[in-house]
Design a protein around this ligand. Sequence first.
Ligand SMILES: CC(C)(COP(=O)(O)OP(=O)(O)OC[C@H]1O[C@@H](n2cnc3c(N)ncnc32)[C@H](O)[C@@H]1OP(=O)(O)O)[C@@H](O)C(=O)NCCC(=O)NCCS
Length: 151
Amino acid sequence: MNDDLDRIMEVMEAAFDPAWGEAWTRRQVADSLALPNTHYILVDREGRAPQGDSKTSGFVLSRSAPGEEELLLIAVEPESRTLGLGRKLVEMFKTDAKVRGAERVFLEMRCNNPAQALYRSSGFETIGKRRNYYRLSDGSRLDAITFGMSI
Ligand SMILES: CC(C)(COP(=O)(O)OP(=O)(O)OC[C@H]1O[C@@H](n2cnc3c(N)ncnc32)[C@H](O)[C@@H]1OP(=O)(O)O)[C@@H](O)C(=O)NCCC(=O)NCCS
């Protein structure tokens, strides 16, 4: 599990722009992974589960609850973007969530994240908005959008 934590953190540190404060710390991820309802998927550049020393290019982290599952974080390292890995991770997340008994999946993101194009084209629809939910490093605020879909 420690290996996988390292793999997640390597992508985390490369993928998230610090300006938005969205990346989780190692402690936050470790605490989350210690919970039985936290799940993750790792992929290499070919979209397969990384083996041995192979580099991890992306991950998705999620949390299940009865009948539903929340996508907590998704990230692909910058040099492996626009190859379809993000879309693949979303599809793998939905498939696994369904196997775990979810009938609906949801996620929350800052309103100006370009990842919303990926979510919308993967079938997610806006189901809510939280005004001024995110506080940025410069003190300004951004709304959060909640997306959901039936699976
Ligand atoms: C969001 C993210 C995971 C997408 O990864 P990716 O591997 O590049 O995604 P894909 O190659 O599967 O692209 C999927 C679609 O979304 C679109 N898309 C993805 N990222 C985009 C971006 N930054 N701006 C505009 N469109 C984007 C692509 O055009 C693509 O559409 P297409 O299939 O019709 O061409 C990646 O940009 C990332 O790690 N971002 C930083 C972390 C982040 O913000 N995560 C989301 C919040 S938790």
